[in-house]
Design a protein around this ligand. Sequence first.
Ligand SMILES: Cc1ncc(C[n+]2csc(CCOP(=O)(O)OP(=O)(O)O)c2C)c(N)n1
Ligand code: SF4
Ligand SMILES: [Mg+2]
Length: 351
Amino acid sequence: MTYLAKPKLRHPSLAKNRVGYTRRDYEGAISTLCAGCGHDSISAAIIQACWELDIAPHRVAKLSGIGCSSKTPTYFLGNSHGFNSVHGRMPSVLTGANLANRDLIYLGVSGDGDSASIGLGQFAHAIRRGVNMVYIVENNGVYGLTKGQFSATADKGSKSKRGAVNTDESVDMIGLALILGATFVARSFSGDKRQLVPLIKAAIAHPGAAFLDVISPCVAFNNHVGSTKSYDYVREHNEAVNRIDFIETRAPITADYAPGEVREVTQHDGSVIRLRKLAEDYDPTDRIKAMNYLQSRAAEGELVTGLLYHRPEAADLHASLQTVDTPLNRLTERELCPGAQALERINAALR
Ligand SMILES: Cc1ncc(C[n+]2csc(CCOP(=O)(O)OP(=O)(O)O)c2C)c(N)n1
Ligand code: SF4
Ligand SMILES: [Mg+2]
């Protein structure tokens, strides 16, 4: 048995959101991950974000690959659509689903092994095409499910539980996402719910490819001295460049900060990201400067977190392909096969 169903009993006085659901309606089966695994905290943050955003569960499609991280969609949003695909293949399955039905909210959940090794090519193409999705890598620096081998995101010089030193350069998922043109790029830590929940909310509201690298310690195989993905290491080296508040379209905007202290960015759907600067010289709208900053801080051993890059006016794959507004899976045969005359007109236009 790979999961345990949660008992359906619940207290009648549990708070409901605007679409009539309690937080428990966004939960999934009981997790079978190791107690203390960072991935469970990310699941809790996703549940919190979707409940607070009043998203009806049937509007979400969660897709994953293979790994402990990719198992987690079983443990959240039990009333949403889900597809657990093949190792490293989540991005192409998600892209296909998104093209067929643009009306759903797509949540791609992956691991550092799933996305930075076998799925690196798939990751690259989904990001560069601007698929409208939230792509979360639950990054622990190891292949947790297959018992703790170094993954491609393990830092050079870091040590395995048994003391072996990693001699390979690491793949920087944030750097890649920036180069590949992701329009929302953030890094967070599974142990920082205050930072993670608003980032997930803002990523859901973002109209293009949103990438979140969440450092998520593996307590079984990568939480020792010498690891750079342990709880202690991340807490000691976490440098948050900003803090965001996410304000929904409907919510009244109250100004409780001094002028100049925060920057407000209105997104496509009217929601507002309120950004409070923590690092004076960090500008999340300047991609090149952001890349330089991240590289220079990484060279000092610092792990920069927060909203690292944001282009609110992003367009997605449907915009580049000029697909119709109606989801393709709702088009009728008549619309899909308009007849020989229509084909003749198209051919004539190409001559
Ligand atoms: C095609 C294929 N190759 C290899 C495996 C073995 N395998 C299963 S999970 C995994 C790595 C998972 O690592 P990661 O994505 O980081 O997830 P984690 O368990 O650390 O959360 C590997 C190599 C597989 N299932 N399928
Ligand atoms: S092996 Fe690691 S990644 Fe997998 S559930 Fe346990 S702590 Fe989490
Ligand atoms: Mg991993």
